[in-house]
Ligand binder design. Structure first.
Ligand SMILES: NC(=O)c1ccc[n+]([C@@H]2O[C@H](COP(=O)([O-])OP(=O)(O)OC[C@H]3O[C@@H](n4cnc5c(N)ncnc54)[C@H](OP(=O)(O)O)[C@@H]3O)[C@@H](O)[C@H]2O)c1
Length: 294
């Protein structure tokens, strides 16, 4: 595997003192199946987190509705007291129903409660970054006002419970509406090799120093599968998942990665993708995926 040259390794969130490695970790897979209930092996989940941080990960994405509570409790057990320089990003705006359904929780009371749940279960006095998860249509955003919901979080930021704010599952218009209320340091939307609806948004956020953090970078609950991806990976002596992650790192310097895994082997494989160089010819083939004729 050749080393990635010319790909920026770190990112500083605009207007903050927070600098993170662009290869982070998403903690959702540490709860039980479909991020509901406890994992089969809690000690293994703790070990994955410890290894991630020992390997240099300093950006972890979570939510108190994973489990619910389970993922944050595992993060606390594995990493508290947190090492200096570790940025924990959480999200609020949802809750879990019976059987694990994903439901909106966007009232001011629910948002305040979610912030306090995150503080308690992570063992923190202030949260580094909180994303307001908008409900939209499943994994995609839909238009609608955010002033009230984002305003509630901006109020909690003023109280010192939150340091920085972001949005998740948001349209460009919602990002702009929110930025008029308080600074937005990151946007977390569905994006990967096979889902590129946010190309323009990524570029626009990049000019403002705002991070774009794709969720489902590997395809999420249905991992990416493509013959082009497999062929490029074979040519480079890498795995398809490594190529999918490296493509995102090459795509734009404001893209931060939070691939999720409960497996130490997958963790190592994913972290190694930060060093995978994609030659122009490989990038061309990957960029063309999804174009007519592919
Ligand atoms: N804002 C939102 O609404 C939202 C939604 C979803 C997720 N997220 C965040 O985004 C993070 C990433 O998303 P995600 O975890 O759902 O999806 P993902 O990173 O796209 O993919 C995770 C899936 O891929 C598998 N996997 C990971 N590495 C692999 C490898 N090297 N080879 C083969 N399979 C591999 C994992 O299984 P194993 O455990 O077996 O490795 C898991 O099934 C989450 O952890 C969460 O923090 C946010």
């Amino acid at each position: 595997m050749s080393k990635a040259k010319g790909v920026q390794r770190t990112f500083t969130f605009s207007g903050t003192a927070l600098t993170v490695d662009r290869m982070g970790y998403g903690a959702m897979q540490l709860a039980g199946p479909q991020a509901f209930g406890p994992p089969r092996n809690r000690a293994a989940a703790v070990a994955v987190l410890k290894e991630a941080v020992a390997s240099g990960v300093n950006h972890i994405d979570t939510s108190d509705y994973y489990g619910p509570h389970v993922t944050n409790e595992i993060i606390r057990e594995a990493l508290h007291p947190y090492p200096e320089g570790l940025t924990l990003v959480t999200k609020v705006g949802g809750r879990r129903g019976k059987g694990g359904s994903w439901l909106p929780a966007q009232s001011a009371r629910e948002l305040r409660q979610a912030v306090h749940d995150n503080l308690r279960n992570l063992g923190l006095e202030a949260l580094d970054v909180v994303n307001l998860r908008l409900w939209g249509t499943g994994h995609g955003p839909s238009d609608g006002p955010v002033a009230e919901t984002f305003g509630t979080l901006a109020g909690l930021r003023k109280q010192g419970l939150i340091r920085h704010l972001g949005l998740s599952n948001a349209t460009a218009a919602q990002v702009e509406e929110a930025r008029a209320i308080a600074p937005v340091v990151c946007v977390q939307n569905h994006y990967n090799l096979a889902h590129r609806e946010d190309d323009l948004l990524i570029a626009r956020l990049g000019t403002e120093g705002i991070a774009y953090v794709p969720f489902f970078p590997l395809g999420g609950f249905s991992p990416l599968q493509s013959s082009t991806l497999s062929k490029v990976a074979a040519d480079l002596g890498a795995s398809p998942m490594q190529v999918a992650l490296a493509w995102l790192l090459h795509r734009a310097p404001n893209i931060l990665l939070i691939p999720g895994t409960s497996s130490p082997a997958h963790l190592r494989e994913n972290l190694a993708a930060a060093r995978l160089a994609l030659p122009p010819e490989a990038l061309g083939r990957l960029n063309a995926m999804g174009s007519p004729g592919e």
